[in-house]
Design a protein around this ligand. Structure first.
Ligand code: 5GP
Length: 195
């Protein structure tokens, strides 16, 4: 079992509706050591790749994306979920259905912050149905930039989003992939991966 699988078993809580609550180390209170280990695992997985920008989506992807960006000395860009006054001018946008909030989210990135020269590593905390990741990939494509790959902390493999994106040819590295989770027994089964 790797560090994140162990942390999920010790500190994660299964909620009804196939939700894994990780507010105690990733989504509210942040365990910076775990975030650093996640970032290191992404650096290892994408070692040798030229990466010019890290892209995530607000809010919970930001700490991980920031840590990866800091280690690579590249800028970190986060897609916004509201088109606020300070995201003006031309934008790239895409729609993503939110699994946790059960509604459509439009995501936005100022077009000035992504260009066709960029080689982008997309980073997020969770991958479930893959809606958020598909929207982020779309934003990169709208800019004419390259997706180097996707680094995900926790993938809920049983929801299929990750495998569908892998089937399209993208490299998706998830540190913990949950193949089964049961609210009634609070049991979690992880996919065996070559660590
Ligand atoms: P997807 O778009 O792949 O269905 O879901 C990914 C997004 O939904 C992530 O950015 C994450 O914020 C949220 N999410 C999906 N499932 C869970 C879950 O079980 N627990 C938590 N904490 N967030 C989730």
């Amino acid at each position: 079992m790797n560090f994140l699988e162990k942390k999920i078993l010790s500190d994660g809580v299964l909620k009804e509706g196939n939700i894994l609550k990780v507010t105690g180390f990733l989504n509210h209170l942040i365990d910076v050591n775990i975030v650093e280990e996640i970032a290191n695992a992404f650096l290892e997985a994408f070692h040798g790749e030229k990466i010019t920008k890290i892209l995530t989506i607000e809010a919970s992807g930001i700490p991980i994306a920031m840590t990866v960006a800091l280690k690579l000395h590249v800028p970190m860009l986060f897609a916004k979920k509201t088109q606020s006054l300070n995201v003006d001018g031309n934008i790239y946008s895409a729609k993503a259905y939110s699994f946790t909030h059960k509604c459509d989210n439009q995501i936005f990135v100022s077009s000035g912050y992504l260009s066709s020269d960029d080689r982008v590593l997309i980073v997020d905390d969770f991958l479930a149905n893959g809606e958020a990741l598909k929207a982020l990939i779309s934003v990169v494509q709208q800019a004419g930039a390259q997706v180097v790959g996707c680094g995900i902390a926790i993938e809920k493999g049983f929801q299929g989003g990750g495998d569908a994106i892998r089937a399209k040819g993208y490299k998706v590295k998830s540190i913990a992939i949950i193949d089964k989770m049961d609210y009634n027994t609070q049991k979690i089964e992880f996919r065996q991966q070559n660590q």
